[in-house]
Design a protein around this ligand. Structure first.
Ligand code: AHM
Ligand code: MG
Length: 336
């Protein structure tokens, strides 16, 4: 885009300015969350740059290691994890970090500690990394109230309702950062020539109902009755099926166009596939803030209380009415 066009289309509200403006609404705010979010944005820019040149810089392929979930790590998984751990630690504002790629929580040492705990999936959508399909980073932030004490895993084993901020960054045909601090959802696009995230979508609201459903239908033989009934109903209504296989990209489309994304339980994975802390909760927080819903098959996603760091959960999230239909089917099953 020509810079003159860009100036016509936006008042060049950068992510940094946006966060600072938000901070100024709260006289008691210390600026710590602003600094932390800026470090997360820096991590996103770094990963975006690596993802962009992955094919050229020999960054595609396996790293030769497995993560805690027994999944083969890709070189970009490992690089992105290192980037975010460094960015978060060097912010001086974190106390506990939980990454999809690390078995244990990282407890920040005294002197470098801050008030925030960050749970994150540094590069989600591993199966799409090597073929240049959109992948993304997902993060959620909790706050510790007691100053200076050592971090502990209980600081993050908390329901999603306690998150103070969450977001994702999608590395796609453009680099899109979507953020909530509990007062709506805002979208930013990275301007590669400026190296800045520019506000492109203020106050995102998901359509109340949508015409798209998104699920790995290859697992259908193993689904439970309510999921099967729901997907059959989608097909009868001739809804469109879209499934990328990168949660960030599937959720981003769902947020903007409406509809539903589901990764349900099945006979092979009775708890579903997606991880509560750094995949389900942040996306559920964003969906609710945009006027949608997120459901586990039993209750509201954000009210689940995780008991371990890498816990999984089924998830149904998206437009309010579409998730409501799923909830009704599960309620009927429970009462039968
Ligand atoms: P990952 O964290 O190893 O990348 O796995 C999570 C991804 C999600 O992005 C996506 O929604 C899901 O796995 C796709 O799983 P499947 O290939 O079973 O459909
Ligand atoms: Mg993931």
């Amino acid at each position: 885009m020509e810079h003159s066009d860009q100036l016509k289309n936006t008042d060049l509200m950068t992510l940094t300015r946006f966060i600072l403006n938000e901070q100024h609404k709260y006289p008691e705010a210390t600026g710590d969350l602003t600094i932390l979010l800026n470090h997360i944005a820096l991590g996103c820019k770094f990963v975006q740059s690596a993802v962009n040149k992955a094919g050229l810089a020999k960054l595609i392929g396996l790293a030769g290691e497995q993560n805690v979930q027994g999944e083969d790590q890709k070189k970009l998984d490992v690089l992105s994890n290192d980037v975010f751990i460094k960015a978060l630690t060097s912010s001086g504002r974190t106390r506990v970090l939980v990454s999809e790629e690390n078995e244990d929580a990282i407890l920040i040492e005294k002197g470098k500690r801050g008030r925030y705990c960050v749970v994150f999936d540094p590069l989600d959508g591993s199966s799409n990394i090597d073929c240049a399909v959109a992948v993304g980073t997902i993060f959620g932030i909790y706050q510790v109230t007691e100053p200076e004490r050592e971090g502990k895993i209980e600081d993050v084993l908390q329901p999603g309702t306690k998150m103070v901020s969450a977001g994702y960054c999608m590395y796609g045909s453009s680099c899109e950062l979507v953020l909530t601090t509990g007062e709506g959802v805002t979208g930013f696009t990275l301007d590669p020539s400026l190296g800045e995230f520019i506000l492109t979508r203020a106050n995102i609201k998901i359509p109340k109902a949508g015409k798209i459903y998104s699920v790995n239908q290859g697992n259908a033989v193993n689904w439970d009755a309510p999921t099967t009934a729901y997907v059959e109903a989608c097909q009868k209504k001739t809804k469109s099926l879209r499934y990328i296989g990168s949660m960030v990209a599937d959720v981003h489309r769902t947020l903007l166009y409406g509809g539903i994304f589901l990764y349900p339980a099945d006979k092979k994975s009775p708890s579903g596939k997606l991880r509560v802390l750094y995949e389900c909760f942040p996306m559920a927080f964003i969906m609710e803030q945009a006027g949608g819903q997120a459901f586990t098959g039993k209750g509201r996603m954000l009210e689940l209380v995780p008991t371990k760091l890498h816990e999984r959960s089924p998830i149904f999230l998206g437009s309010y009415d579409d998730v409501e239909d799923v909830k009704k089917l599960y309620a009927e099953k429970a009462s039968s």
